[in-house]
Design a protein around this ligand. Structure first.
Ligand code: HEM
Ligand SMILES: [Cu+2]
Length: 580
């Protein structure tokens, strides 16, 4: 069997007529699969299958993203002129609050772990399901419950506190703070359930032959994320509960008017919310490690360093929350320590970036859609991460705090990082999840538009921030209008780019070629089962080996898919077969 380059697959696909492609599924395509195994809406709503739960989560988080995105465009439209453009100041406050709260709690936190992770984690482990399938379904319904509370908030006077709920404003505003708090509280439990489930699954369900340091890096990332979800989320839950009690009974906890301490609220809030930013980005790192290795056709560089750095980030992430409060009044010693720790937590992230670059070095790079998103991620996340250092440095933070510099910084991380990684992962696993190939050309176009429009939207905000434009302001001085308008144009183009991505994926469901088992030639286990996976994930037990031994995976023109070459043909160590 000749080892062919990946582009052969694309060339073969391009040569085949669409009718032929749609008619004759490759042998790796499963006619009986998790999608058609049982029928009817009820079979989905009460399913215990992690794949179906993952798909339902996907639909849920994407709907939330759409809603959050509409609010983002409304915010940007209002900022087109220095004074009133479309709404009054109070409505504007609601728009940016709803935008932030929906994006963070309903989209970003569950996006990668609960949607993609649920689908992929057990299959990557060669397992049948997660450890607690009922708890998994429970976590999905808790997410739905949280979403319902958000909808109630929206219809019932809305919310204008900012997603951060800072006291004393949140104890005194007459918007629907309590229902929003309940929504976040419930979403917290959903997140804890997912984390707990993943921890137990990774500990107990790894197949024989998959030691800790043979686990794919996406699993390391999900594992590290789960630790944060389980340890940090309860702190937020208790904080928000205290705030709800304070608001409804007047018992003084955080509000000075009742004898409480508002800085205490900030400490509690950020003790969760800084680790929470790692809940948002770590799973993205995991996706990027998979994509960079697969599409560079090379073994990942520095595997152990990437794995350890995920754990290091999860642990160090708990020690830096004070960097959100440098201007809230803090002793010089405390500020110094928090600044130092903030700098040190950037080291593990930098290690990952170096290792990705080293993996690509002299690799045989294949610019398929997921790889385009991965490259975009490395560029954007690096800017997001480096600007975090400006904010972690005490002297510069005094000037930049609560300015558009911050808004830009966290969008480079959360959109340029998490959202772009999420899209990369979605395009990567789409053939596995749906059994359909999409149009790679238009996929790459979407990645390019998203990249360019993203920079047009958010780079001007760095400039605005350094020039003194404060965050969460409705009016601004006319000198800033040029930069604001660039940002608004970028935002609408970004929306357009995301619509192209959505169109590419939706179109593939109807007209896409049937996907083979392993279209990208990756070596992790989820590519050994057919596409879409059968109900029990594997008809034949997968062969466990080094997840990045890409030289053991070759293109097979008969099946139009990649497959593992057998155990002894290239003299590698014997591999073991998983139990399913
Ligand atoms: C179309 C893309 C987006 C645009 C144009 C956009 C725009 C904005 C703007 C202008 C603000 C500042 C509001 C103000 O301070 O006056 C903001 C805040 C924020 N955005 Fe975005 N955003 C986008 C996507 C996202 C995504 C995907 C996320 C999360 C994953 C996100 C998370 C946030 C958060 C957490 C805030 C802070 C809200 C607050 O301070 O309460 N944004 N966004
Ligand atoms: Cu932080």
């Amino acid at each position: 069997m000749a080892v062919e380059t990946p582009t052969d697959y694309a060339a073969g696909e391009a040569a085949a007529s669409p009718e032929r492609r749609a008619a004759a599924g490759p042998p790796g395509y499963a006619e009986d699969n998790y999608l058609n195994h049982s029928k009817g809406i009820l079979s989905w709503l009460v399913t215990l299958d992690h794949k179906r739960i993952g798909v339902m989560y996907l639909i849920g988080v994407l709907s939330a993203f759409l809603l959050g995105g509409i609010f983002a465009l409304l915010v940007r439209a209002e900022l087109w002129t220095p004074a009133r453009t479309i709404v009054d100041a109070d409505t504007y406050n609601r728009f940016f609050t709803l935008h932030g709260a929906i994006m963070v709690f309903l989209f970003l936190i569950p996006s990668v772990p609960a949607a993609l992770g649920n689908f992929i984690l057990p299959i990557m482990l060669g397992a049948k399901d997660v450890a607690f399938p009922r708890m998994n379904l429970g976590s999905f319904y808790l997410w739905c419950g949280g979403a319902v509370f958000f909808l109630i908030t929206l219809l019932n006077g809305s919310l204008d506190t900012g997603w951060t709920f800072y006291v004393p404003y949140s104890t005194s505003t007459d918007t629907a703070v309590i229902t929003a708090l309940m929504g976040v509280f419930i979403l917290g439990f959903s997140s804890i359930f997912t984390g707990l489930n993943f921890i137990v699954t990774v500990h107990t369900m790894r197949p024989p032959g998959m030691e800790w340091f043979k686990m794919p890096l996406f699993l390391w990332a999900l594992y590290a994320t789960s630790i944060i979800q389980v340890l940090a989320t309860p702190v937020l839950a208790v904080t928000l509960l205290l705030l709800a009690v304070e608001r409804s009974t007047g018992i003084g906890v955080f509000d000075p008017a009742y004898g409480g301490d508002p800085v205490l609220f900030q400490h509690f809030f950020w003790f969760y919310s800084h680790p929470a930013v790692y809940i948002m980005i770590l799973p993205g790192f995991g996706i990027i490690s998979e994509l960079i290795a697969t599409f560079s056709r090379k073994h990942i560089f520095g595997y152990r360093f990437i794995a350890y750095s995920s754990i290091a980030i999860a642990l160090f992430g708990f020690l830096v929350w004070g960097h959100h409060m440098f201007t809230s009044g803090m002793s010089t010693v405390a500020a110094f320590v928090f600044s130092l720790l903030t700098f040190s937590v950037s080291i593990p992230s930098a290690i990952k970036v170096f290792n990705w670059l080293a993996t690509m070095y002299k690799g045989n790079i294949w610019l398929a859609t997921p790889m385009c998103y991965a490259l975009s991620f490395i560029f954007l996340f690096t800017i997001g991460g480096l600007t975090g250092l400006h904010l972690g440095a005490l002297a510069t933070d005094i000037h930049l705090h609560d300015s558009y510099f911050v808004v830009s910084h966290f969008h480079y991380v959360m959109v340029g990082g998490t959202l772009v990684a999420f899209l990369g992962g979605l395009f990567y696993w789409w053939p596995k999840m749906t059994g359909r190939m999409y149009n790679d050309f238009w996929g790459r176009v979407s990645a390019l538009i998203v990249f360019l429009a993203f920079n047009l939207t958010f780079f001007p905000q760095f400039i605005l921030g350094t020039k003194g434009m404060p965050r969460r302001y409705y009016n601004y001085v006319p000198e800033f209008q040029f930069w604001h308008q660039m940002s608004t144009v970028g935002a609408f183009l970004l929306g357009g780019g995301l619509l192209v991505a959505a169109a590419v994926l939706v179109y593939s469901l109807f007209r896409g070629a049937k996907a083979p088992a392993n279209p990208w030639g990756a070596a992790t286990l989820e590519w050994q089962c057919s596409s879409p996976p059968p109900h029990n994930n594997f008809d034949e037990p997968p062969t466990v080996g080094d997840p990045y031994a890409l030289n053991r995976v070759v293109y097979d023109p008969d099946t139009r898919s990649y497959r593992q070459i057998d155990e002894f043909s290239n003299g590698g160590p014997p591999q073991q077969t998983a139990k399913v």
